[in-house]
Design a protein. Structure first.
Length: 494
């Protein structure tokens, strides 16, 4: 239990570095959707950042997880592994950024922004900086320095937030409409440049390394992870690219494809609250799983971690989904028509978080190609689901495709993992929590309460009742886990 408490503490600290910055970034949603950009313009932002998400995975080439794996091996020289991983990342990212800058004009034309090739250049530089600092940030995680990690992430987003408000609100006299949404990309570039100063020490101590004995196994380990990441980004972002491809004309009467994408992109932000919790946990859990892999009781430990993870995520799902009557005011009224996708996407990200827990088996057994197979299968489901459902249900169909994809990935990972690395997960209890939570969400949301204050009180009471019920169900297990071990009898050593 002490290990779980430590993991929970580190998850909170990493949450400062992932959830707090994203929550601050969440403050950009009302700025972008209520004060400055139309749904059509917000659709352009959503569209371009979807491509950035895909490319970031290629830029990193799976080196974060590879760095963890190789630096955690007994007798490993962390500095040598760091130099090798950083060399690979910088080589790939520099070549790709140079290519995008040289080809900025034709790329901009293909993305239907022919008058803005500078957007491509700015975003290529953003991705280069992201890649350059990823391994130094991973080193902070490996060395269990979550406070420093979090400080860097928080300062970056504070700068990003300030720059957005400066460019779009305070400096309106110099606002150039021809740049428009480009100010968002420019703000990201300037804010990301701060990372170079923050991580200057590990960056300047890095030395290029081309140790062929080490390079080959690292690349072989990383390549399936990179493919897995690309497939994962397909599951994450494919809908925001293909909504414009497969949405029938006039599906949303009188509105353009960019308008629909803007609505979907804004409503997707609410589901990011679950994604942030999953990401914070993942930052803490990945080194945790590797460091505890040699423990004989690690399967039981991993099962408990997953169980408590499900309970916390169910509580978050409930809290967000039944309070959308308040949270919806973050965006302009024209975006509210898409809020019915939020509970579905929250549940989808919960399943994704469970999948991240379950996939520990193929990382610890060095069978990362299974992760690739599962993720590619998920990508196929995502593509097929969007192809079939977008024409008949628009972005709601796309949300359902995401839910189905993550559920099937989770189920496949569990089924295969139990054959190679059995872990005693309590599947029945976990699914019971999830089903009960979704039932409560739709039941509560079916009750219409006009008075906002009464509605908030009612929703708060539901959440507190849920927490009390979960504690009552889990109290015996918690007592056993928290109770000190029984002292050995004098005869026990005979």
């Amino acid at each position: 239990m002490s290990k779980i408490k430590k993991l929970a503490g580190e998850t909170i600290l990493y949450g400062l570095g992932s959830m707090v910055p994203r929550m601050l970034n969440f403050l950009l949603l009302p700025l972008h959707t209520k004060s400055v950009f139309s749904p059509e313009e917000y659709g352009v932002i959503t569209y371009l950042f979807a491509y950035v998400g895909f490319l970031n995975v290629v830029y990193m080439f799976g080196m974060e997880t590879t760095f963890f794996r190789f630096a955690s091996k007994p007798g490993a020289n962390q500095k040598t592994i760091f130099n090798q991983a950083q060399t690979i990342v910088l080589l790939i990212s520099t070549l790709l950024t140079g290519l995008f800058i040289v080809c900025a004009k034709p790329i901009a034309s293909s993305l239907e922004i022919p008058n803005h090739p500078q957007f491509i250049t700015w975003l290529a530089l953003v991705m280069l900086i992201d890649a350059a600092v990823a391994i130094p940030f991973a080193q902070l995680r490996l060395n269990q320095k979550p406070l420093i990690f979090s400080l860097g992430k928080i300062i970056n987003v504070v700068i990003l937030l300030g720059l957005n408000y400066y460019f779009l609100i305070y400096n309106k006299d110099n606002y150039d409409p021809s740049i428009g949404v480009g100010y968002v990309f420019l703000a990201n570039l300037i804010a990301n440049s701060f990372y170079i100063l923050f991580l200057i020490k590990p960056l300047i101590t890095w030395r290029p390394a081309f140790n062929m004995t080490m390079l080959r196994p690292m690349l072989l380990y990383a390549f399936p992870i990179m493919l897995t990441g690309v497939a994962g980004m397909t599951n994450e972002l494919f809908s925001r690219i293909t909504l414009q491809w497969w949405l029938p004309k006039n599906f949303y009467p009188g509105q353009s494809d960019d308008y629909a994408l803007g609505i979907f992109g804004a409503c997707y932000k609410y589901a990011m609250l679950m994604s942030l919790a999953v990401q914070a946990f993942r930052f803490a859990a990945e080194p945790f799983f590797f460091s505890n892999a040699a423990d004989k009781k690690s399967p039981e430990l991993f099962a408990k971690v997953n169980h408590y993870f499900i309970i916390v995520c169910c509580l978050l799902l409930l809290g967000v989904a039944i309070n959308m009557d308040i949270l919806k005011h973050i965006t302009d009224e024209k975006y509210w028509e898409g809020l019915n996708v939020v509970p579905i996407l929250l549940l989808a990200y919960l399943f994704l978080g469970v999948y991240y827990n379950l996939c520990v088996w193929f990382k610890l057994t060095d069978q990362t190609y299974y992760g690739t197979i599962i993720s590619v299968g998920g990508a196929v489901i995502t593509i097929l689901g969007n192809y079939l459902l977008i024409p008949v249900a628009g972005y709601f169909g796309s949300s359902v495709a995401t839910l189905v994809c993550y559920f099937l990935m989770m189920a496949a990972c569990y089924a295969i993992g139990q054959k190679f690395y059995p872990i005693p997960y309590n599947v029945t209890k976990g699914l019971s929590y999830i089903i009960a939570t979704m039932g409560i969400v739709y039941l509560v949301n079916s009750i219409s309460i006009e008075n906002q204050l009464i509605a908030f009180g009612f929703h708060t009471a539901i959440i507190l009742l849920y927490m009390a019920s979960a504690f009552f169900i889990e109290k015996d297990e918690l007592k056993r886990a928290l109770s000190p071990p029984a002292p050995k009898s004098p005869d026990s050593n005979k």
